[in-house]
Design a protein around this ligand. Structure first.
Ligand SMILES: Nc1ncnc2c1ncn2[C@@H]1O[C@H](COP(=O)(O)OP(=O)(O)O)[C@@H](O)[C@H]1O
Ligand SMILES: [Mg+2]
Length: 267
């Protein structure tokens, strides 16, 4: 059974899609069967961020309307076969899917994947509420400014009021240089003040935008701080998914075996 992790934010444009795409790549490279679902209904970002815009034939909305099978709505990434993408629908509205549909679909999908990452819409509207009891854990992506943090706090409260597990805080576009100037608090202190466990703090980097223009994620950049940041976040997320962690270890052992076989066969 897979773990279902939902990326959400109180405010838009904070990096949910960029981070979900990068983590999807990181998990797939570790040998984990990973499904990314673009659930920002009415918008579509992940296909472009993963350079897959020419490969998608169907959307989840087609599947709910019985115009395609669930299988056809999942598209494999050209470079990482373990990574599949499924998009909600460019013209879809949150009301096109009811929780029952989504529950049924997720139940079927969770038998086939180690991890399901859902990239949700910003805000506290119906689009996110549809997923409240379906996702096992929420990751709240935020930038470290008071406006964004206030919205994050509100969303966290809504999730906790549903009796769900305490969501993770993931700070993005974090600029440690402002700490010395007294303008910004330490990431750990921000998490403490919101009473949320900190998943990580990723730096702001011009490379993210450059990678996006090439249909690549920050997991594929050669910026060390970004790469290490993403891998650490992926490690922490696997801590909450022990079965997936075991699978990742098996993937690593298999990779080592294959590598050793190639070395032995070399003339
Ligand atoms: N760590 C980062 N450093 C610099 N730019 C970033 C970073 N993370 C995201 N961005 C940029 O922020 C913008 C919004 O990101 P996106 O992932 O679309 O946010 P969301 O899905 O929350 O709306 C994009 O232009 C993206 O390239
Ligand atoms: Mg987005």
């Amino acid at each position: 059974m897979s773990r279902v992790i939902m990326f959400a934010s109180g405010k838009g444009g904070v990096g949910k899609s960029s981070l979900a795409a990068a983590l999807g790549v990181s998990f797939a490279r570790r040998g984990l069967r990973t499904l990314l679902i673009d659930a920002d209904m009415g918008l579509r970002n992940l296909d472009l961020m993963l350079g897959m815009q020419d490969q998608l034939l169907y959307e989840l909305r087609d599947c709910v309307k019985r115009r395609c099978s669930l299988e056809e709505a999942q598209t494999a990434h050209p470079d990482y076969p373990n990574l599949k993408l499924m998009v909600g629908g460019q013209d879809a509205k949150p009301g096109d899917f009811d929780t029952k549909d989504l529950r049924r679909i997720l139940k079927t999908l969770s038998r086939r994947y180690d991890l399901i990452l859902i990239d949700g819409p910003a805000g506290i509207g119906r689009g996110i509420k549809n997923f409240f009891d379906l996702a096992e854990r929420f990751v709240l992506v935020a930038t470290a400014d008071p406006v964004c943090l206030r919205d994050t706090e509100k969303l966290a409260r809504m999730i906790l009021d549903r009796g769900m597990e305490r969501p993770y805080l993931l700070l993005n576009r974090y600029e440690p240089k402002y700490i010395k100037q007294g303008l910004l608090s330490r990431a750990e202190d921000i998490a403490l003040s919101l009473d949320l466990p900190l998943l990580g703090a990723l730096p702001n980097s011009d490379l993210v935008y450059r990678m996006m223009l090439q249909g690549k994620t920050m997991a594929e950049s050669d910026d060390r701080a970004l790469m290490v940041g993403i891998e650490n976040i992926a490690d922490r997320l696997l801590d909450i998914a022990p079965a997936a962690q075991e699978q990742a270890q098996r993937g690593l052992i298999q990779w080592l075996r294959d590598w050793m076989r190639v070395q032995v066969m070399k003339p």
